[in-house]
Each structure stands twice: as C-alpha cells, then as structure tokens.
Design a protein around this ligand. Structure first.
Ligand code: GDP
Ligand code: MG
Length: 214
C-alpha cells in the first residue's frame, strides 16, 4: 500500500478588512518571508502547507486569500463555500478593523451554512507599539462568540505558526468527535488525503513546506 502524503485536507480562508495583514500572514506561514511592500492585486489566491497535528496525523492546509477583493466588499459566495475554518483577521493598530470582525464572521457563517466553520480571531502587527485594541475588548468578543484568539506578527514571525496550529487542532478535534465529515459529496471543506490512488485532495504543490505543527 502507498503511504499517504497527507491524511486530510482542510480548506481555510482568511477574512478581514484590507491591509490588516492577511496576505503577509499567509506568506510568512508558507514561505517564512515578510515584505514591507505588499501588492494587494497579486493574483495568487491560494497557498498550501502540510502540518502535523498532535497525534501525528498529517493535514494539508489549503489556504485561500482574497486577492484584494475585500477592498471592494465584493467577496463572492464561492470564496466562502467549501471552507471548514476562517481566520478572522484584524490589525491591532486599527480599531475599525476590529469593530468589523462580527460583520466578517456573520458573512462567513451565512455563506458557509449549513456547515459550521471553526473561527479564530487573529490580531496582526503585534510588533508595532501603538495597539488600538484592548485585551478586554478582545476577551469580550471571544467569550461572546466562543472562539479562540491570538496576536501575531508577520514581521517577526511571532505566533504565526501558533495561529494556524490552533485552528487546525480545533478542526481536527471536531472531525474526531464527528462534528464534521471528511467524505461529504457536497462539500470540500475537509477531504481525505491523497494516497497515490487518486482518491481526492490532489498531489502536493511544489515548494510546500512540511513541518511539525506543535
Ligand atoms: P491584506 O490586505 O490584509 O492582505 O494586508 P497585507 O498583508 O497586504 O499587509 C498590508 C500592509 O501591512 C503591508 O505594507 C505589510 O507589509 C504590512 N504588514 C502586514 N503584516 C504586518 C506585521 O505583522 N507587522 C508590520 N509592522 N507590518 C505588517
Ligand atoms: Mg491581501
């Protein structure tokens, strides 16, 4: 039997106002790099990386970026559909971007229904001194919405791994509990891994990193 390259594929999306740091977060996570100049119109709209959850299961994360559409509030339903998780991203130095998180969450919920995505709140740019969002505000939101949160920097790399690890472990735990199914014909949020016999997921892309997540 051919050893599977990965056991599951989870499709995740990053949402939040433009310039909060979504593309930078993805770039750091998949490439280990940061750029001060980030092109909002860059055509790449998905990334992938393999991670390993605590019990050794290999999960390929398929990570979708908005490719600048959020600037025009024109993100389509198809961007949301087939996602099992969403990173709700705000800029820690921009209070407005935090205030709009519930709107992003609601929009994701509406488009992904009847499936229930796992959310994680991600504050970006923690390397900058002028934080505009208090920890009390963050706590209130995370308690109200029952979601986890984390503060990251794509510049220093601080907590970038941890953010993706948190959401991956939570989705995997729900999969094991039977809250998600990996073989739903009408939904691609979670797929079983590619094992050399063409059973879904597709082969790994060039340049993907393989790392132990946790
Ligand atoms: P997006 O529109 O949400 O994809 O945001 P980008 O990733 O394009 O980032 C917008 C701007 O913020 C760019 O100039 C980035 O260099 C900058 N940026 C993103 N993440 C960080 C960070 O963690 N720290 C700092 N200092 N700047 C960041
Ligand atoms: Mg972007």
């Amino acid at each position: 039997m051919v050893e599977p390259i990965f056991d599951y594929q989870f499709r995740l999306i990053l949402i939040g106002d433009s310039t909060v740091g979504k593309s930078s977060l993805l770039k750091y996570f998949t490439d280990g790099k940061f750029s001060e100049v980030s092109d909002p119109t860059v055509g790449v709209d998905f990334f992938a990386r393999l991670v390993q959850v605590q019990d050794g299961t290999r999960v390929k994360l398929q990570l979708w970026d908005t490719a600048g559409q959020e600037r025009f509030r024109s993100i389509t339903k198809s961007y949301y559909r087939n996602s099992v998780g969403a990173l709700l991203v705000y800029d820690t130095t921009n209070h407005d971007s935090f205030e709009r998180i519930p709107n992003w969450m609601e929009e994701a919920r509406r488009h992904i229904a009847p499936f229930k995505p796992v959310f994680i709140l991600v504050g970006c740019k923690s390397d900058l001194p002028e934080s505009a969002v208090t920890s009390e505000e963050v706590n209130r939101l995370t308690v109200n919405c029952d979601i986890k949160s984390i503060i990251t920097s794509a510049k220093t790399g601080d907590n970038v791994e941890e953010a993706f690890r948190l959401i991956t472990e939570e989705i995997y735990a729900k999969l094991k509990l039977g809250e998600f199914r990996a073989d739903d014909e009408n939904w691609d949020g979670i797929k079983r891994g590619f094992n050399g016999s063409g059973s879904g997921g597709g082969p790994l892309l060039m340049g993907e990193q393989v790392s132990k997540c946790c």
